[in-house]
Design a protein around this ligand. Structure first.
Ligand code: CU
Length: 295
């Protein structure tokens, strides 16, 4: 009887100790799970339009003589030559003195009510942004997208492509897309201007993706002008980015967007102003040489 009581006590103590241990380890796990998962989540107050938003408009001029586009040797993949016999470089496309493929965006600034634009959160649009591979080049050459908005990569060519963005602030990926394959769908969690995209199958293919938290950006159209709509009244730094050099060339300007009004932001590239552009792009050094030899 005494033996039995002793054994029961030992078991009781063991059970209590084991339960406490289990509880302890369960408790120590919980706090470590949260923060790292929420790193990409939006912070700050959600932007809500007030109905008095304005626009930023402008033109992107190109000073001096633009380098002529170079014909691309696509003999590595005969399908590309058949699809697009006049494939040429797209790094500096100038029409009537206006530069194409510049990415214009609001870099920073303060709304009329004193809120910093970088401290606001913005809802990602539900419609995806499409990057198509068509005629063995990317359409469009430069695109803008919001963080967590869907990027849909399509292949319209009867050949295989390999999409390979090389970001610095977002995870790098590299995916083969054979002809007829379904679209590749991706998102970028962090803002980054701009992410170079290359094709491991066709070394001449490149495009750039500008990722921003907010929707205040535009890619300069073929006609030479751009419009950024829905901008809350305030004072901002507007930046215009164009490829070339290791990380591209960016020019900035201060503007004040009036309530329900419009402000102009005209930029100019080319001429002597691109002298500081730096070395050729790592991904396609051969194609950048004609641009550098202008100086
Ligand atoms: Cu390709």
């Amino acid at each position: 009887m005494i033996m039995f009581e002793k054994q029961t006590k030992v078991w009781l103590v063991l059970t209590i100790v084991l339960s406490l241990l289990a509880l302890g380890s369960a408790c120590s796990k919980t706090p470590t799970e949260g923060p790292s998962e929420n790193a990409g989540a939006p912070t700050g107050k959600m932007f809500a339009p007030k109905g008095n938003e304005g626009t930023v408009t402008g033109v992107i001029a190109y000073n001096g003589t633009a380098p002529a586009p170079k014909k691309i040797d696509s003999s590595a993949d005969p399908v590309c030559g058949q699809r697009n016999p006049n494939l040429s470089t797209e790094d500096t496309v100038v029409n009537n003195g206006k530069l194409a493929n510049a990415f214009v965006y609001i870099k920073e600034g303060t709304l009329a009510d004193g809120t910093k634009i970088t401290e606001l959160s913005f809802k990602a649009p539900s419609e995806p942004v499409v990057l198509d591979q068509n005629g063995c080049h990317y359409r469009p050459h430069v695109l803008g997208i919001q963080t967590n908005q869907q990027l849909k990569v399509t292949n319209s060519d009867p050949t295989q492509h390999n999409i390979h963005p090389t970001p610095k602030n977002n995870p790098e990926w590299n995916q083969t897309q054979p002809n007829g394959a379904p679209p590749i769908e991706k998102t970028f969690a962090r803002a980054e201007v701009l992410i170079p995209v290359k094709c491991n199958q066709h070394p001449w293919m490149k495009s750039y993706i500008g990722v921003l938290k907010h929707p205040f950006f535009a890619v300069r159209g073929e006609d030479g002008s751009f419009t950024i709509k829905g901008v809350p009244p305030g004072t901002y730094t507007v930046a215009a980015w164009h490829e070339g050099g290791a990380t591209g060339t960016e020019k900035t300007m201060q503007v004040t967007v009036p309530a329900s009004g419009s402000v102009k932001a005209d930029f100019a590239f080319g001429g002597a102003t691109t002298a500081s552009a730096g070395k050729g792009l790592e991904m396609m050094p051969a194609l950048e040489l004609p641009m550098l030899s202008r100086h």
